[in-house]
Unconditional design. Structure first.
Lengths: 293, 435
């Protein structure tokens, strides 16, 4: 059934793949190689000297209980961001998919937040929840709840999760909506005629047929939560209070770009690289089996 | 061929035209807003005052970002002549021997007249070697003081002229404020700098061994001593009782104070410009309080702020321009104006004297308190300054541990012991990187 296009010879396909390979090499393999190399040294910030320490940087990091605690923080953060942004996006997509009138307007509005850069999103949410002038904080105060994410770690975590997930909902919404619209109406109508209600149709037909999209978004969102949420954390909490929101990628930044400890920072990037690699392999190995293409 | 020659000469004319015979000096700084304007004004005045050199001032982000930009530029061989580095980065710059050219050397090479002793002792001490050689030029230096909202005190039925010399007296006032229903009796900025680093210097107890790091890289934190523990425990108790309100790691509390919500505020003397501009209440400045029972207190407080480092690897003629510019910056007139505009300390005795002669202190009572507090006593080993590697990260650790105290998760002793242990690890790493 599948349509296959085969090239004659090897040169044309190579040529076509070359630009992508070059981009990957320059922007991924080269920096990743540099990070691995640097993680074996303790360099001084100015690049005047480098002391070879072998795996010393890794030993130093992994023996540090605060660094190990950061793994748990990262896991909690990533899971919350992924579940929240995908859950809300799916809900909105299902609603938008059933709209008959004005669906274009809803869709456009729902996609807007994606255009907001993470750091800006962080500042926006910080303003609403500012302990002193925040609108939400004020209303919560009226309701008798004393919001203080500056000292309360759980509130801080909640705030960075919501701020990180917010912009992401648009992106996920877009994919879910496209996925929903690709499901043939006839299948759903047939089920409806057979007497299946909305929830049954969703569970038995829509959800399985949507699984490739869901799987793709799962991978992409976890990578997002791991790497791209730095701006939000930086603007809202700077990793605090205590270490409640110090996720791994924020520590890479803090140690490397603020603390000038390039050896440790490089070692942390390598660890991150390994984690995300392992996660992706796991996802493809176990979850993809349950995906229906 | 013809074409190429033409292009080369055109290019030469185009690039040479705006420069003429003047030597350009690149200066990277970290100031925006009002401070940025004042720096730009200083640079313009210098450029207009002579025709040999042109200083190009560029804003490179906040303190950390500016230091980073300088480091990255050095690695790429594109470093500026002058880089502004905050006091926390001092040890990093000092350890980078091949990357910097000490100020005393720049001055000597250029044959410029330069008297390091003209600078106020506690300002100079922070940036000189143990032999008294000045490595970087102090630029903006401030020291913590106590800001008082007089209206808030009167409102609570407290005499606004109440004595706030000691923390014991402050404690009584906080209690009175609390009883009267005040919601923000005390707030602070830069908690580690004010309540640990300066607290230690002010009570003449060490913050770190090896003379606070001046004696060598094999230094260890000593911030968990009796004085510090007592102070942090008291602050923790105040936080629990709602007498001390924690607002964040930087100077977030400034907004609360300037808005009139808080009665007392421990913040840098450089908070003056902002408070004067925004406060719609009667305020005054008091010296930083101390604990009365500690012998040796009050010693002197230490500075925060930034200094100007000269980067290595530039042509000699540019260093002459650098020397001229740095001398210009430390001249009494420029310094006195800077001090009066910003609330930063006058870095030379001459500038302080000039400010007094101009009658500034009489018109703006309290603005000389910071100067007096810094210069009241000759600095000791414990109050000369602090020179620690990885200090920015150590401050983050201190922030984290203090937050644990304010939240009631840890007592002061446990938090400070943990801060010492975690900070010492970073000090060992810095020692390793710079051996």
């Amino acid at each position: 059934m599948e349509k296959r296009v085969t090239f004659k010879g090897i040169w044309l396909p190579l040529l076509l793949v070359l630009p992508q390979m070059l981009v990957t090499a320059v922007f991924f393999f080269y920096p990743a190689g540099q990070a691995i190399w640097q993680s074996l040294f303790i360099p001084d910030p100015f690049g005047l000297s480098m002391r070879y320490v072998g795996l010393g940087n890794f030993e130093y990091l992994l023996s540090n209980p605060y660094y190990r605690a950061s793994f748990v923080t990262t896991a909690v953060f990533s899971i919350l961001v992924t579940v929240l942004s995908m859950g809300v996006a799916l809900y909105l997509a299902v609603l938008a998919d059933r709209l008959i009138k004005g669906s274009g307007v809803y869709r456009t509005l729902l996609i807007w937040p994606y255009a907001v850069a993470p750091a800006v999103a962080g500042v926006l949410w910080l303003f609403m929840f500012n302990t002193r002038v925040g609108v939400v904080t004020w209303y919560l105060g009226v309701l008798g709840y004393d919001w203080n994410h500056v000292l309360n770690g759980e509130e801080a975590m909640g705030l960075v999760v919501v701020a990180s997930a917010w912009g992401r909902i648009s992106y996920n919404f877009l994919f879910f909506l496209a996925g929903l619209q690709a499901i043939p109406r006839s299948v759903i109508e047939a089920a409806a005629i057979d007497g299946a209600r909305f929830w049954t149709r969703f569970r038995t037909i829509v959800w399985p047929l949507l699984s490739p999209t869901t799987f793709f978004l799962l991978v992409v969102n976890i990578v997002y939560a791991f790497f791209e949420t730095f701006g939000v954390i930086h603007t809202i909490t700077s990793g605090g209070p205590q270490q409640a929101t110090t996720i791994l990628v924020y520590k890479v930044y803090a140690d490397g770009f603020v603390g000038q400890d390039l050896g440790s920072s490089a070692a942390q990037s390598v660890i991150l690289l390994l984690i995300v690699g392992a996660l992706t392999v796991l996802q493809f190995k176990y979850i993809e089996r349950r995906v229906h293409y | 061929m013809m074409m190429r020659k033409l292009m080369v000469s055109v290019a030469a004319i185009v690039t040479a035209a705006p420069v003429m015979a003047q030597t350009e000096v690149e200066f990277w700084h970290a100031f925006t807003g009002r401070l940025g304007e004042l720096v730009a004004e200083q640079v313009e005045t210098f450029n207009a005052s002579q025709s040999d050199y042109v200083v190009n001032a560029t804003h490179k982000g906040n303190y950390s970002e500016t230091l980073n930009a300088g480091i990255a530029a050095f690695r790429a061989g594109e470093q500026p002549d002058i880089l502004m580095v905050f006091e926390v980065g001092t040890a990093t710059m000092m350890a980078a021997e091949g990357a910097i050219k000490p100020v005393f050397e720049v001055m000597a090479d250029a044959g410029a007249e330069f008297d390091a002793d003209a600078f106020i002792g506690s300002v100079k001490g922070y940036y000189t070697t143990n032999d008294g050689d000045m490595l970087s030029l102090p630029f903006n230096s401030s020291t913590p003081v106590l800001w008082v909202n007089r209206d808030a005190l009167s409102g609570a039925g407290i005499d606004p002229d109440v004595d706030l010399t000691t923390w014991e007296q402050v404690g009584d006032v906080l209690e009175a404020l609390k009883v009267s229903g005040h919601e923000c009796p005390l707030v602070t900025a830069w908690q580690s700098w004010v309540h640990l680093e300066n607290l230690s210097a002010y009570h003449n107890v060490p913050f770190a061994s090896q003379a606070n790091g001046f004696g060598g890289l094999d230094t260890e934190l000593m911030l968990n001593g009796d004085v510090q523990t007592k102070h942090i425990q008291t602050m923790g108790d105040w936080a629990k009782d709602g007498k001390f309100i924690y607002t964040g790691r930087r100077n977030e509390g400034g907004a609360n104070f300037r808005g009139g919500e808080c009665a007392l505020f421990t913040e840098s003397s450089a908070g003056y410009a902002g408070i004067k501009a925004e406060a719609a209440f009667d305020f005054d400045v008091r010296p930083l309080p101390y604990w009365s029972g500690v012998s040796g207190a009050p010693q002197n407080t230490i500075i925060g702020g930034a200094s100007l480092w000269v980067m290595a690897g530039q042509p000699a003629v540019e260093y002459e321009g650098v020397a001229a510019f740095l001398n210009f910056l430390s001249s009494p007139e420029i310094q006195a104006k800077w001090h009066q505009d910003t609330g930063y300390l006058p870095i030379t005795q001459a500038a302080a004297d000039l400010t007094r002669e101009q009658g500034f202190y009489e018109e703006n009572p309290g603005t000389d308190i910071a100067v007096e507090q810094m210069t009241a006593n000759a600095p000791t080993e414990n109050s000369k300054g602090i020179r620690l590697g990885n200090f920015d990260q150590i401050r983050t650790i201190i922030d984290e541990e203090l937050e644990a105290v304010w939240a009631g998760d840890k007592d002061a002793q446990a938090a400070l012991d943990s801060a010492k242990q975690r900070g010492d690890e970073l000090l060992r790493r810095f020692e390793q990187a710079n051996r």
